[in-house]
Design a protein around this ligand. Structure first.
Ligand code: 2YJ
Length: 274
């Protein structure tokens, strides 16, 4: 699994990437609207009554400079009343619970979760990322129902994205440089598998890339729509010129989607009890 590095996320807190402009250009919707859609909520849902704490976690390879601050900024951009705890680890968790927050965000080297304290349910970043990028692809492609979609990478994010895209009505093909991984997933979920990653890329207009990858322009279809959580990745000039949309950010789409899903546990329950 790829570990985020401070340089990958250095622009996240100040929104220098201007993800919203990229998303509006390619999908017609803002990050907040897309995350709400992913969570099955109304586009104009008000997240401002929800509180969250982001806890820096020192275990394993330790704190990543800027990580907690970036997650906190992403939550604030959704309207969530969020803060980073002063303490780390278990002390940070007790600080968050004592403050009475609705949600807790924390990540170590192998897992990143958003925990809904009231409903005692959590969402992983694997799922949030898979769902967020699938919803982005669906909107940028004007729907994926009955369309051929390629998923590159049969790991934690790719396998979840493949299932989500199938549920959206897409006809999914899976490819992975480790052929056995792709064929195992294809068998499990009933999807087509292509062994030749380059051939698969060259023959698909709609792509969700969940693997570290280099995309030479000669392999990109004209008008391709590529939703790509995989890091690191690289698109050459020809690829940018040929593609209709290449959508990537290092953290925000996954975190915003997991946050919306985490709040949806409470919002849907509140709706039911009315
Ligand atoms: O609190 C911190 O600053 C660190 N413990 C954050 C660690 C973030 N974790 C990762 O980057 C891992 N690769 C796991 C992320 C799973 C995302 N799908």
């Amino acid at each position: 699994m790829t570990r985020l590095t401070p340089d990958l996320i250095e622009n996240v807190p100040d929104d220098k990437i201007d993800l919203d402009s990229i998303l509006v250009r390619s999908t017609g919707k803002s990050m907040k609207a897309l995350s709400a859609e992913a969570a099955g909520l109304d586009e104009d849902v008000d997240f401002s009554k929800y509180t969250a704490a982001v806890i820096p976690i020192t275990s394993g390879m330790g704190v990543i400079g800027g990580f907690s601050r970036s997650v906190d900024s992403i939550l604030k951009r959704l309207g969530v009343d969020s803060h980073v705890t002063e303490s780390t680890d278990v002390l940070g968790f007790s600080e968050a619970i004592s403050a009475g927050v609705d949600m807790v965000f924390m990540a170590d080297d192998s897992m990143f979760i958003a925990y809904n304290v009231r409903e005692k349910k959590y969402i992983t970043n694997f799922y949030g990322t898979a769902l967020g990028y699938a919803v982005v692809l669906k909107n940028a492609a004007d729907g994926v129902d009955d369309k051929d979609v390629l998923v590159i990478g049969a790991g934690q994010v790719g396998s979840r994205a493949a299932i989500i895209l199938q549920d959206m009505g897409a006809s999914v093909t899976i490819t992975d440089k480790i052929k056995e991984k792709a064929s195992k997933l294809g068998e499990r979920i009933g999807a087509r598998v292509m062994d030749d990653v380059e051939g698969a890329l060259a023959s698909h207009r709609f792509v969700l890339n969940a693997a570290p990858a280099i995309f030479p322009g000669r392999l990109i279809m004209d008008g391709a729509v590529i939703s790509t959580p995989g890091v690191p990745h690289y698109f050459d000039e020809e690829a940018w010129a040929k593609a209709k949309a290449i959508i990537h950010d290092p953290l925000e789409i996954g975190v915003a989607t997991m946050a919306a899903c985490c709040m949806a546990f409470s919002i849907k329950k509140e709706g039911e009890s009315r």
